[in-house]
Design a protein around this ligand. Structure first.
Ligand code: ADP
Ligand code: MG
Length: 253
């Protein structure tokens, strides 16, 4: 059980006095997938960093299961916009290290499991054994996703996790995330930041549109799961939702 609550959350950056989040009130139920969407600079990363415990709200409170959160914790796995792998560990070591936090397994088993996870996200062979800086941004992003899977926290926080990968890989990784989420009895609570409307609708139970730090629309996405991309995109309801979100993002509501 991991229910997330933003309670009157406001964030003002002290360095420039900029109010990046204004009075955000949002409850994310345990096992729900939500997306924050909106143009660059609307406060998506700030909202996610509050959840990660990296930014303390200037006003209000952020809670997980009624507990006020002010720092990072292993209950929340994160994929940041800038990858944030340990640069002194190989890709494989990064994932193995995460696994070791959770699983009490012999080293050999941890390595096998880490390799499996990296294979799943498409990081194979030699790329597993080099430092993150030796592979492309898109590949680092995939390693970060494998590491989040390895940590297996009840909450996943993902900031534009598929932004640096090509379209085919993006769809594959979305599917991997959904498969993992759908097969679990105790489903993960997932907060995703994206600026891709199709991705937000396909993955989410609710899409929250942020505009200059304010949540201006919370759209429920009720298509039954598992969803099928093709039939979804041909659905008139889908097109209506898509347009509504687009208008909100463009500031027309
Ligand atoms: P998004 O992720 O939607 O692009 P951010 O949350 O990164 O938006 O930023 C929201 C606003 O806060 C932007 O105007 C940005 O310039 C500002 N901002 C972000 N981080 C900082 C910071 N560390 N110090 C000052 N201003 C910041
Ligand atoms: Mg951002």
């Amino acid at each position: 059980m991991s229910t997330i609550v933003y309670e009157n959350v406001g964030v003002t950056y002290e360095s420039n006095g900029h109010q990046a989040i204004k009075n955000l009130n949002l409850t994310i139920n345990s096992g729900e997938i939500i997306s924050f969407i909106g143009p660059s600079g609307c406060g998506k990363s700030t909202a996610l960093n509050v959840a990660a415990g990296l930014i303390e709200p200037s006003l209000g409170a952020f809670k997980v299961d009624d507990e006020i959160i002010t720092k990072p914790g292993t209950d929340r796995g994160v994929v940041f916009q800038n990858y944030s792998l340990f640069p002194w560990m190989s890709n494989l070591e990064n994932v193995r290290f995460a696994l070791a936090q959770k699983a009490d397994l012999p080293k050999k088993a941890l390595i096998e499991r880490a390799k499996e996870l990296l294979d799943k996200v498409g990081i194979k062979g030699k790329s597993q054994h080099v430092y993150p800086s030796k592979v492309s941004g898109g590949m680092q992003q995939r390693v970060a996703i494998a590491r989040m899977f390895a940590l297996d926290s009840p909450i996943f926080l993902m900031d534009e996790p598929f932004a640096a990968v090509d379209e085919i890989t993006r769809k594959h990784l979305q599917q991997l995330l959904l498969d993992l989420w759908e097969k679990e009895k105790s489903r993960k609570t997932i907060v995703l930041v994206t600026h891709n409307i199709e991705e937000a609708i396909y993955l989410s139970d609710r899409v929250i549109v942020l505009h200059e730090g304010e949540a201006i629309l919370a759209k429920e996405i009720t298509f039954k799961r598992p969803r099928n991309r093709q039939s979804l995109e041909a659905d008139t309801e889908y097109l209506t939702i898509r347009n509504q979100l687009l208008e909100a993002i463009e500031g027309k509501v």
